[in-house]
Design a protein around this ligand. Structure first.
Ligand code: ZN
Ligand code: ZN
Length: 264
């Protein structure tokens, strides 16, 4: 069985600071491989308080799309949890190189606890974790090194499109990956300020081009929350004829069930 557990669905500093939505990132189980993506503030607590609890010592990898705090705050404590407090050398940490530089987020002392560190780079990979393959996306435009992820496991393709401003070629890149499931960070509703994030209108355009079998929006700012993301998801479903969800905290998506229910 494969599942995607949303340990946090909030984005933007205000939502995260007030914890209007949690910020624990995404826990991905593909067969027997467990990968925690973007462990933001509260990730460890959220994993342990999930019902039934998720077990960090059984993680195979931690992945950061980029080093901003809402995506990386708990990375050090998650490394400790994954490596049994540093006593058992194991696991992979995959993150952009700037997460390790002098303004990085990964503390030097925890690096030695890991079995492997790999730098996530543009079009990089495949990075292998058991029977899961990960490839880096085209570089995102988001201030710091930011990359999306393309997962391949047992013929199923799952892509994660994290924070970025909209740019020409972004949708086409994700379309080429032909994801069965596309998870995308949709922080804003419409843009009145010029920021490095996707809006709901961008999401509509991208989904229309990529046309995954199942789409999940997450990482919401206040504008999106005010407009009730589950209603916006329904609107996109009707417009595009795709299965579209708005994630909420602690929600689990069963990959096989969803794909069986989606049109081919
Ligand atoms: Zn973010
Ligand atoms: Zn960011």
């Amino acid at each position: 069985m494969s599942r995607i557990v949303f340990l946090g669905t909030g984005g933007a500093r205000f939502v995260v600071a007030k914890q209007l939505r949690a910020s624990g990132g995404i826990w991905l189980e593909l067969g027997t491989t467990r990968i925690h993506i973007d462990p933001g503030p509260g990730a460890l607590v959220r994993a342990l308080s999930h019902q039934p609890p998720l077990d960090p010592p059984r993680l195979d990898a931690l992945v950061l799309s980029h080093k901003h705090l809402d995506h990386s705050c708990d990375v050090n404590v998650m490394v400790e949890a994954m490596t049994h407090g540093g006593w058992k050398r194991r696991g992979l940490l995959l993150a952009p190189a700037d997460a390790f530089d002098e303004e990085g987020v990964v503390l030097p002392y925890v690096r030695g606890f890991l079995d492997r560190i790999e730098y996530l780079s543009e079009f990089g990979g495949p990075y292998l974790i058991n029977d899961v393959e990960i490839r880096g996306s085209v570089g995102h435009r988001h201030g710091v090194e930011t990359l999306g992820l393309h997962f391949l496991h047992a013929g199923t393709r799952i892509s994660y499109l994290p924070c970025t401003r909209r740019f020409d070629g972004l949708a086409e890149h994700y379309a080429q990956a032909q994801p069965d499931v596309l998870i995308m960070n949709v922080l804003r509703f419409r843009d009145r300020m010029d920021v490095d994030h996707l809006t709901f209108d961008d999401a509509r355009e991208i989904l229309g081009i990529v046309r995954p079998r199942v789409a999940v929006m997450t990482h919401f700012g206040t504008q999106m929350l005010d407009r009730k993301p589950w209603l916006l998801a329904r609107q996109l479903e009707q417009e595009l004829g795709l299965r579209v969800y708005a994630a909420h905290d602690d929600w689990e998506l069963n990959v096989e069930e969803e794909l069986a229910a989606a049109s081919p």
